[in-house]
Design a protein around this ligand. Structure first.
Ligand code: ZN
Length: 274
């Protein structure tokens, strides 16, 4: 079985300190939490940045820079920058793609629209074309985020049109309010309809976090975890840091004899060249 790639989704755009005081907000906090996750075994960090006043996600290139530069200096982490900014708020296309200017190795590619965050998270065909073209040009590999089954249909059509290149890298985000449910059968179905040479990772939102990780461990998939998707370490107990999620999965992986991929090994598996 392939070594396990752990992605830590450090902060996201919508969970605020009203829900958990442990969420990293500032660039310094995001860097610190990323380094802790790296030390614990994460190969990839998925990064959003936050508006210092509202605490919500923004696509501010300077804030991204304050995260990306120290991470490149101090770690060999694979940096994955968001292109959603804040789901459901639908920033202008150009703003959403600003993070690509920093040429991250990976960037999120939300392969379709869906009801989310009290609104519609809009990812129309012209945005997807622009995102794919921009990532192609800048040498950024799309991490195809799948909230619903049709997003795989979309990604496969774009691959057939030569807009997305093999091997496709899918991030299944299961258990959002109106997307694919976080059930074993859902995950099985998704993994069966992607091309065989694809690489997939999964995260479960909220209480689905750990069960989805366990399934990925057993199935040979990869795992995303972190406070973007879940704030609770166990029932009623907030996670004190993102690293605690990483440490738990590493412990379980060790027990189940699934080896953890280093950033260099994850790069080779994902076809990234640093
Ligand atoms: Zn994200």
């Amino acid at each position: 079985m392939d070594k396990l790639i752990i992605t830590a989704a450090i902060t996201g755009s919508r969970n605020t300190r009203e829900s958990s005081s442990h969420i990293p907000y500032t660039p310094e906090e995001i860097v610190q939490s990323s380094i802790e996750c790296w030390n614990a075994g994460a190969a990839v960090v998925h990064i959003h940045v936050r508006d210092p006043d509202s605490g919500l996600g923004v696509q501010d290139i300077e804030l991204f820079r304050q995260v990306v530069e120290p991470l490149r200096e101090k770690t060999d982490l694979i940096v994955n920058l968001t292109t959603s900014g804040i789901t459901g708020r639908n920033l202008p296309f150009e703003d959403r793609l600003k993070s690509l200017e920093l040429k991250p190795e990976l960037a999120s590619f939300d392969a379709g629209s869906i009801n989310l965050g009290g609104g519609v998270f809009i990812n129309p065909p012209d945005f997807l074309d622009l995102a794919a073209e921009s990532m192609n040009r800048l040498g950024v590999k799309p991490e195809i985020e799948v909230f619903d089954t049709g997003m795989i249909t979309t990604a496969l059509a774009m691959r057939d049109q030569g807009k997305l290149a093999d091997p496709l890298y899918f991030q299944f985000v299961l258990g959002t309010p109106f997307g694919v449910s976080a059930k074993p059968k859902s995950l099985l179905h998704l993994t069966e309809i992607i091309p065989e040479n694809s690489i997939w990772s999964v995260t479960g939102i909220g209480r689905a976090h750990l069960p989805m990780s366990m399934l990925a461990l057993a199935m040979g998939g990869h795992i995303r975890l972190g406070m973007e998707d879940n704030l609770y370490y166990s029932r009623g107990v907030l996670a004190s840091s993102n690293a605690r999620f990483v440490e738990r999965v590493v412990r379980i992986a060790n027990e189940s004899e699934r080896k953890i991929a280093s950033p260099a090994e994850a790069r080779a598996m994902l076809g990234l060249s640093k």
